[in-house]
Write a protein that binds this ligand. Structure first.
Ligand code: GLC
Ligand code: MG
Length: 588
């Protein structure tokens, strides 16, 4: 009995270890990476606009409704451009507004070169682009290249028979008897990635949801159609693209089974999650070539266009996609360390940032992302504490890297509380099958509606988002106290913090291009993070108190030093006093 119990316990411990242990092979990786990269396209010039920019993400459906149908639209966005400009953001990224059945709210496209009527039309897109440029800002669109909607005419034709002009435009395979072609699950891991179609007596592959069939990018005709579409938008003067689930685009053309693994919790370094090692359908070598081909297209246009990839994996995967030796791939990749396993501590922030600096040294640029349309609201990861949100923003806008802000972050919009049963998000249906005690306690965002509730503009009806109260997702109850209009009038609001920080980035280019150096731990009180940014013209020092206690530090400040921005901080002679979650930015 005792022996059996012992063996079971041992197995359990092994399983836990396999799932929680994240092998840290960063050191090997660093040793392996080329010490010096020679940029092919002049990426070493620090004045490339996309290296210095700040990005504001708009989820069009939830930003501003101009025509009272309860759904945000492009005219609504145009009406808010002055607001975004006044905040100081330099680039806008819009989630998809192209023609789409909206089963995944635009990430299921049925025509890449037309606009879903509830958002507007092509003429409105043209004026949106012109209006953004008139304000000296840039605009980036969302490219969903992995898949289309199952209602795209390409797919409708492709699925109709085995012999039609688009029969190879998607990933089709014969089944194995009554079973799918192989054991690949979709990204969410609950169902097979393969979906049977009687007309062809074959299966199509969908990495994400079944209504999002994967394009066959290995087919030169598909690639050409996609490149033509990219050029269509570049010709319209779009400044760049965000690339949706980019390293899922290619699959091994022999379609072998993926190895099984005991790893359930995601280990993205090794491409393992939900008991599957995604060896053959994630980050295939072809995607690196594809990134480079796309880059060539972008480089053939004037004014520096750019791409930022939503890519997953290790830093090595990222560096490969950026172009290992010549930096001739993607311009930027999203780094999600401040979303996953997030910890609000000086050690965590320092450790992650040091890794970013090591893996993305000059002329590379890291990105700082705290939220998006798929993730829990950043302030909800900070106990809804505005002081912490102010610190987060101060950190983000003084880092060496491109900051991405998701709409509503600037006013501290919280997660919504829309139950799974009322969700519009197609992902919610998957999680509904889980018992409540699990679905309510994992901390994963299973209903992305909760970060997509309408933007809170004012204390008027529907938070000023729409003329109707019947909005596509309910407006959050707290809009009378959390809204743009009030925060614009309040000198102490979170919104003002964003404005002042963005203004500092413009006034002191050192915040965009200066070298980053951390001040030694030993010289600082516990829980305080401090660093300098330095270029030939200026040095700026940032102090952040991550604790609930007062902290005093001797900073040897002299007369010349100037406080650029502070919250809950006092200077007393040569000492700096930081109250709980206090912060201070000084020009040395
Ligand atoms: C990306 C998008 C997400 C979408 C999915 C499928 O992760 O950010 O919103 O549902 O891809 O396109
Ligand atoms: Mg509308």
């Amino acid at each position: 009995m005792a022996i059996i119990f012992g063996i079971l316990l041992l197995i359990l411990i092994c399983l836990i270890w396999i799932n929680l242990h994240n092998p840290n092979n960063d050191e090997d990786l660093l040793a392996d990476l080329p010490a010096k990269v020679i940029p092919k396209y002049g990426d070493n010039e620090d004045n490339n606009w996309w290296k210095q920019t700040s990005v504001y993400q708009i989820y069009p459906r939830s930003y501003m409704d101009s025509d009272g149908d309860g759904i945000g639209d492009l005219n609504g966005i145009i009406s808010k451009l002055d607001y975004i400009e006044s905040l100081g953001f330099e680039t806008l990224w819009l989630s998809p507004f192209f023609k789409s059945p909206q089963a995944d709210h635009g990430y299921d496209i049925s025509d890449y070169q037309n606009i879903q009527p509830e958002y507007g039309d092509l003429a409105i897109v043209d004026s949106l682009i012109a209006e953004v440029h008139k304000r000296d800002m840039k605009i980036v669109f969302d490219l969903v290249l992995n898949h289309t909607s199952d209602q795209h005419p390409w797919f409708l034709e492709s699925k109709s028979s085995q012999n039609n002009s688009k029969s190879d435009w998607y990933v089709w395979q014969d089944g194995k008897g009554d079973d799918p072609p192989n054991n690949w699950k979709n990204i969410l891991g609950q169902i097979s990635g393969w979906n049977y179609v009687p007309e062809r007596d074959q299966y199509y592959y969908a990495a994400f949801l079944p209504f999002q069939p994967d394009l066959n990018m290995s087919n030169p005709e598909v690639k050409k159609a996609i490149f033509d579409m990219v050029k269509f938008w570049l010709d319209k003067d779009v400044d760049g693209f965000r690339l949706d689930i980019f390293n899922f685009i290619f699959e091994d053309q022999n379609f072998p089974d993926n190895p099984r693994t005991l790893r359930y919790l995601p280990n993205m370094n090794e491409g393992k999650w939900l008991f599957e090692d995604h060896k053959y359908n994630f980050h295939q070598p072809e995607v690196i070539e594809f990134a480079k081909e796309l880059r060539q297209v972008l480089e053939s246009y004037p004014n520096g266009r750019f791409m930022v990839g939503e890519v997953f994996g290790s830093h090595r995967h990222m560096r490969e996609l950026l172009g290992l030796k010549d930096l001739d791939g993607l311009n930027l990749v999203f780094l999600f360390d401040f979303l996953d396993n997030f910890e609000f501590s000086d050690d965590y922030f320092r450790e992650k940032t040091e890794a970013y600096e090591a893996f993305y040294p000059v002329p590379l640029v890291p990105t700082y992302v705290f939220g998006n349309h798929d993730q829990a609201r950043s302030i909800s990861r900070l106990d809804n504490d505005t002081r912490k949100a102010e610190m987060l923003a101060s950190f983000q806008f003084t880092m060496r890297g491109v900051p991405f802000t998701y709409q509503g972050e600037e006013i501290g919009m919280k997660n919504g509380e829309i139950p799974l049963t009322e969700a519009q998000d197609p992902l919610a249906a998957f999680w509904l099958k889980l018992p409540k005690w699990i679905s309510e306690n994992t901390g994963i965002i299973m209903n992305r509606d909760n970060c997509r509730t309408p933007m809170q503009w004012s204390s008027e009806t529907a938070a000023g988002f729409s003329k109707t109260e019947d909005t596509w997702l309910p407006v959050q109850q707290d809009y009378p106290t959390i809204n743009v209009e009030d925060q614009l009038l309040d000198q102490n609001s979170l919104l003002q913090t964003y404005k002042e920080l963005l203004a500092l980035r413009k006034r002191y280019p050192v915040l965009k291009n200066g070298a980053l150096q951390f001040i030694d731990h030993a010289a600082l009180p516990k829980d305080v993070l401090a660093y300098t940014r330095k270029n030939g013209d200026h040095t700026i020092t940032v102090y952040l108190n991550f604790s609930e206690k007062d902290k005093i530090l001797n900073a040897d400040l002299d007369e010349q030093e100037k406080v650029l921005f502070s919250k809950r901080a006092h200077i007393d002679g040569v000492n700096i006093e930081l109250d709980p979650f206090g912060l201070l930015i000084v020009l040395n």
